[in-house]
Design a protein around this ligand. Structure first.
Ligand code: AMP
Length: 197
C-alpha cells in the first residue's frame, strides 16, 4: 500500500445500500472491494472450515468473531498491496475491528481516508432486505426476525463506531434515501471534498 491510496469505509445498517454503492465506486475509482459478508458467504459456498464456523452465526443474524474477519481482511490487504485503494464494506463492525484496521493500514503507510455513512430508517431497511431476500435467495434476508436481529446487532455493536471515526474527523454522513444515482452523487462529492482538504 502507498500513501496515495484511497481507503474508504462504507458504513451503515444492513440494507442501507453499501453493496450497490460499492460497485459504482469501484467503477469510478478502481478500488478493490473488501466485503466481509461476501467473503464469508464464499467460504460457506466452498465448504471451508472457516465457512462452517461462520454459517450458524450468520443464520442467526449475529456477528462472527472479530479474529475471524480480521484474519480475512489482513490476507486480502496483503494479496492486493498494489491496489489504488480499498472499499471496506461491512467491515469494521466492532471497535476491535476498527482498531485492527487502523493498525493494519497504518503499518502499511496508507491509513483510512474516510468513512461514508449511509443513513436509512429502519422500516425502509426491512422493506429493502425482504425484497432482496426474494430476489437473491439470501437466507438471512428472508426472515423478518433475523433481519431485526441484524439491525439490533448493528445498533449495539457497530453504530458506536460513529464516535470512533468522528474523533478522527473521518466520519461523513450521507442521506441514503433517493435514487441510486442521487446517492452516488452525494458520496462522490463527499470523497472529492475530503481529497482536497
Ligand atoms: P453482510 O453481507 O455485510 O450483511 O453480512 C452478513 C453476515 O455476515 C452478518 O450478519 C454477520 O453475521 C457476518 N459478517 C459480515 N461482516 C462481518 C464483520 N465485519 N464482523 C462480524 N460479522 C460479519
Amino acid at each position: 500500500m502507498t500513501s496515495e491510496q484511497l481507503n474508504i469505509i462504507l458504513f451503515g445498517p444492513p440494507g442501507a445500500g453499501k453493496g450497490t454503492q460499492a460497485k459504482k465506486l469501484i467503477d469510478q475509482y478502481g478500488l478493490v472491494h473488501l466485503a466481509t459478508g461476501d467473503l464469508l458467504r464464499n467460504e460457506i459456498a466452498n465448504e471451508t472450515e472457516l465457512g462452517s464456523k461462520a454459517k450458524a452465526i450468520m443464520d442467526e443474524g449475529k456477528l462472527v468473531p472479530d479474529e475471524l474477519v480480521i484474519g480475512i481482511i489482513r490476507k486480502k490487504l496483503e494479496e492486493n498491496a498494489d491496489a489504488p485503494g480499498f472499499i471496506f464494506d461491512g467491515f469494521p463492525r466492532t471497535k476491535e475491528q476498527a482498531e485492527a484496521l487502523d493498525e493494519l493500514t497504518k503499518e502499511k503507510g496508507s491509513p483510512i481516508s474516510m468513512l461514508i455513512a449511509l443513513e436509512v430508517h429502519e422500516e425502509e431497511l426491512i422493506r429493502r432486505l425482504l425484497q432482496r431476500g426474494q430476489d437473491s435467495g439470501r437466507s438471512d434476508d428472508q426472515d423478518e426476525e433475523t433481519i431485526r436481529k441484524r439491525i439490533q446487532e448493528y445498533e449495539e455493536k457497530t453504530a458506536p463506531l460513529k464516535e470512533y471515526y468522528q474523533n478522527q474527523d473521518k466520519y461523513r454522513s450521507i442521506d441514503g434515501i433517493g435514487t441510486i444515482e442521487n446517492i452516488f452523487d452525494r458520496i462522490t462529492k463527499a470523497i472529492e471534498a475530503g481529497r482536497t482538504v
